[in-house]
Ligand binder design. Structure first.
Ligand code: MN
Length: 132
């Protein structure tokens, strides 16, 4: 058993993969054989990920605020504190804050054999996400 209190520094989500202000806190990345990777992700109003997929899927659990998630070919769906979302393996999607509110979610994935946790695609433009 191990209790971690001194977490790594918050990391800014890079502009090639995120629109707006996004900060990521790594919660857990245990050694093998575990492949768990867990983050708390903080989105400013209107901020969002680029389109992307996860090789083994992803669990999102909203802890604060209101946000949006969209699967390719599907509607933009509202999510809020307390909601849990399952993204299927390989399913292209994006997630982020609603236009006028902050949103924080926990994000848990399992890394692929080569360590990959996300495959990035194009940014989500304002015609899809009507950012304030
Ligand atoms: Mn995702």
């Amino acid at each position: 058993m191990d209790i971690t209190r001194n977490r790594p520094e918050s990391v800014r989500g890079p502009a090639e993969h995120f629109t707006g202000t996004v900060w990521l806190d790594q919660i857990a990345a245990p050694a093998a054989p575990s492949r768990l990777r867990m983050f708390s992700v903080h989105f400013a109003p209107g901020a969002r990920t680029a389109w992307h997929s996860h090789p083994h899927g992803q669990v999102l659990h909203v802890t604060e605020g209101q946000g949006l998630v969209q699967r390719e070919g599907g509607p933009v769906e509202e999510i809020r504190a307390g909601d849990t979302v399952w993204i299927e393996p390989g399913e292209k999607h994006w997630h982020g804050a609603a236009p006028r509110t902050f949103m924080t979610h926990l994000a848990a994935v399992e890394a692929a054999e080569d360590g990959t946790t996300v495959d990035w695609a194009e940014l989500v433009d304002d015609t899809v996400h009507p950012a304030a």
